[in-house]
Design a protein around this ligand. Structure first.
Ligand SMILES: Nc1nc2c(ncn2[C@@H]2O[C@H](COP(=O)(O)OP(=O)(O)O)[C@@H](O)[C@H]2O)c(=O)[nH]1
Ligand SMILES: [Mg+2]
Length: 392
């Protein structure tokens, strides 16, 4: 069965101290034994992501986290896992059990600083003779009405469901918003070099094709070499050409005057991130020189390959166009440094594997630290001098 990719799912993360009942609540909500529960502190050692369809919420990922008060030897590493879960969370369910402690307040402030909607829950509600003091405390610190929930008796589960539904309404963004009209012909130029996965197309290409079909567009696909023949076979030039950023320059030269041009990474920068920040960040490229530090952040955690754009092609291009003595660090997957200040510029990939919230959080981190951030497609467009000639 074809699954909704994780990047398109609503990410709901559960935070709370050890033994507050996070894992039990996830099991109760899903009606499944998704994660391990026990009264031994530190049972959940890693954040665990469970993709699941929930009625009324659709395709979700539930993220169980280790307690943020984990004081064991591995505790610091576990808390780092919890921070990474917060990087992805569209909604944070925060569990309070027994009392509101210093840890709870600190963590709440952390979530609020990231502007993640918080749903406060008083957990293990069946254990209290009188819930009121804790409910009052939680309401006082969160400024929100907490929901009393018991994983054991099921009390409050439907109220929690409703609260999650209320927070799940997201701003509808589409990939091609404002760029195509129904009935347009759109050409996709997609080189399939050795870094392309065997036997399939990559996620952004598949999603773009799907959306074009939904929009009643005609889709013509070709490689860069096949582009002249494809154009020849068409009665009129396509309204829009979408290409891989790495062949931008070649495609720009081949494109008919009447066709507008953009790239998959520019489209995904609009869709997932903040295109204006990225265009602004790309201006920093002009002032980089020998000794400047650049961080290239790759969302994919695949094993680096020969023609890999982030690890090979982009660094080579930066060194060629800017300076051979540029200092370039490359990170992949979830390894995005907390401290970005050593860098003059951050260049992020198109993030087809990340949800939008994850990219927005990284942009926010860069902005807070006053470090310009841009992405692969915008960088390549800027370096090849065509940024002002493409659509975004
Ligand atoms: N009575 C009662 N016990 C619970 C409830 N939820 C969890 N527990 C118990 O509390 C302990 C810790 O639960 P767990 O889900 O592992 O907590 P976590 O560390 O936050 O993931 C376990 O022994 C659970 O059986 C609840 O709603 N009511
Ligand atoms: Mg747990």
């Amino acid at each position: 069965m074809q699954q909704t990719p994780a990047s398109e799912r609503l990410h709901i993360a559960f935070f709370g101290r050890c033994n507050s009942g996070k894992s039990s609540l996830i099991n109760a909500l899903t009606g499944q034994d998704v994660v391990v529960v026990s009264d031994i502190k530190g049972t959940t050692t890693d954040s665990v992501s469970k993709p699941i369809e929930l009625p009324g919420l659709g395709a979700c990922v539930l993220i169980d986290t280790p307690g943020y008060d984990d004081a064991t030897l591995l505790g610091a590493r576990r808390v780092a896992q919890t921070v990474k879960a917060a990087d992805k969370a569209d909604i944070a369910v925060m569990l309070f059990a027994g009392e509101c402690g210093e840890d709870d307040r600190r963590w709440l402030a952390e979530l609020q600083a990231r502007e993640i909607p918080v749903v406060p829950v008083v957990s293990q509600a069946d254990r209290y003779d009188d819930l009121l003091p804790l409910l009052t405390d939680v309401e006082h610190i969160t400024k929100l009405k907490p929901i009393a929930v018991s994983a054991t008796t099921g009390v409050g589960l439907s109220a929690l469901y409703e609260a999650l539904k209320a927070h799940s309404v997201r701003e509808e963004r589409t990939i091609l918003q404002g760029l195509v009209d129904s009935g347009d012909t759109v050409m996709l130029v997609m080189p399939q070099d050795s870094s392309a996965p065997k036997g399939r197309l990559i996620q952004p290409q598949v999603q773009t094709i799907r959306e074009l079909l939904d929009r009643n567009c005609t889709v013509v696909s070709c490689t860069t070499e096949g582009m002249p023949a494809a154009l020849e076979a068409m009665a009129a030039p396509p309204q829009l050409i979408i290409t891989d950023s790495q062949v931008f320059d070649a495609v720009y030269k081949l494109k008919p005057e009447a066709s507008r041009l953009t790239s998959f990474s520019v489209l995904f920068a609009r869709y997932k991130g903040d295109i204006n920040t990225f265009v602004e960040g790309a201006k920093r490229l002009k002032t980089l020189g020998a000794g400047s530090r650049v961080l290239i952040a790759e969302a994919c955690s695949h094993i680096p390959q020969n023609e890999d754009i982030g690890r090979v092609k982009l660094p080579a291009m930066l060194r060629r166009k800017i300076s051979a003595d540029l200092v370039i660090d490359i990170v992949g997957g979830n390894d995005f440094p907390q401290d970005l200040t050593p860098y003059d510029l951050v260049i992020h990939c198109g993030a087809c594997m990340f949800n939008s919230r994850h990219v927005i959080n990284r942009i926010a981190r860069a902005r807070l630290q006053d470090v310009p951030i841009t992405n692969y497609g915008i960088t390549i467009a800027a370096l090849t001098g065509i940024l002002d000639r493409i659509e975004y």
